[in-house]
Write a protein that binds this ligand. Structure first.
Ligand SMILES: [Mn+2]
Length: 312
């Protein structure tokens, strides 16, 4: 990918030194259990991005001018554990370069590595998990680095908020914090869910966005589509509020499983990524220095650092 830039933007906006944003592709599909193909996700996403117009009407910005560096893809796939380690290491490397770090998967197990990196670099981290599936299994098919385990670690070490959930195993109910879970069937009837979820977030928020959270009518190309998902404008409304009210420190988007005959999902993923960047940087001048606010914690505390009575 040496000469390729994100969305085909001019080279002057794609250099590592001057870019505020880093995009790490992770074309990994080692543990998916139904339809394979999430390893093709980053390429389909990048192809669609090149065909997208880069002026965002809503924010009246061209966020690519903040600089987007397209990192080398993380291609380690010798084992799920080795892949997670590689994602963790690469994510942390770019956080420490003071970049706004984003990742595009790949299946959801990549997020175990990205969340671990962000949690080591940002205090009192909230993980906002948008997904059809709870992903709270401690292990699945012999590995703790399976896509079905994507946020188990986050449930133990961060303030985990889950949105859009409509599929889970009964065993996951013992791990899930239902006070911080916004099931898909409840979103339709509770007009205050967005504010309620945001009220439960700490200052620093990492978003892990599994595309199967969206309704299959707008995003069919994913490994495990589930009926009854989120729609485009409610998703954008929610994200825009989160970016406005919280310090979103990074995000990943996962589980695009491209289908040659159905390109609208690829394009949706491209637009979603660009919208999230636009919301992040809408009030930031191009010439302003960027500070991603990371502070490496000297001691890693593996027990939950989230205390119920904390005020935030
Ligand atoms: Mn999912």
């Amino acid at each position: 990918m040496s000469n390729k830039t994100y969305a085909g933007i001019p080279q002057e906006y794609a250099k590592l030194e001057t870019s505020k944003i880093v995009l790490i592709p992770v074309p990994y599909d080692g543990t998916s259990t139904w339809q394979k193909g999430a390893d093709k996700g980053p390429k389909a996403f990048l192809d669609a991005s090149e065909n997208m117009e880069t002026y965002d009407i809503e924010t009246q910005t061209e966020v690519y001018q903040q600089g987007v560096f397209l990192a080398d893809a993380v291609t380690e796939n010798s084992s799920p554990e080795a892949m997670v380690d590689a994602v963790h290491k690469t994510t942390k490397k770019y956080i420490k370069k003071n970049k706004f770090v984003t990742l595009f998967g790949g299946e959801h197990s990549i997020s175990i590595g990205s969340i671990r990196a962000f949690n080591e670099c940002f205090n009192n981290l909230t993980v906002l998990h948008i997904d059809a599936h709870a992903d709270l299994r401690k292990t699945y098919q012999g590995s703790a680095c399976n896509h079905a385990c994507a946020v188990y670690e986050a449930s133990q070490t961060t303030n985990l908020i889950q949105v859009g959930i409509r599929s889970m195993d009964v065993k996951e109910t013992t791990v899930m914090d239902t006070e911080k879970t916004y099931f898909a069937h409840e979103l339709a009837s509770n007009e205050f869910w967005m504010d309620s979820a945001i009220d439960q977030m700490t200052g620093n928020v990492f978003i892990t966005f599994d595309l199967d959270a969206l309704d299959p009518s707008i995003l069919p190309s994913t490994g495990t589509p589930e009926p009854g998902g989120l729609f485009w404008y409610e998703t954008l409304d929610f994200l825009k509020k989160v970016f406005a009210e919280k310090n979103v420190v990074g995000f990943d988007i996962v589980e695009l499983c491209p289908n040659k005959k159905e390109k609208s999902s690829d394009f949706l993923a491209a637009k979603l990524y660009y919208k999230m960047l636009s919301y992040k940087f809408m009030d930031e001048n191009i010439d302003d220095e960027y500070d991603n606010t990371f502070e490496s914690k000297t001691q890693k505390n593996n027990t939950s650092k989230f205390i119920e009575d904390d005020e935030y």
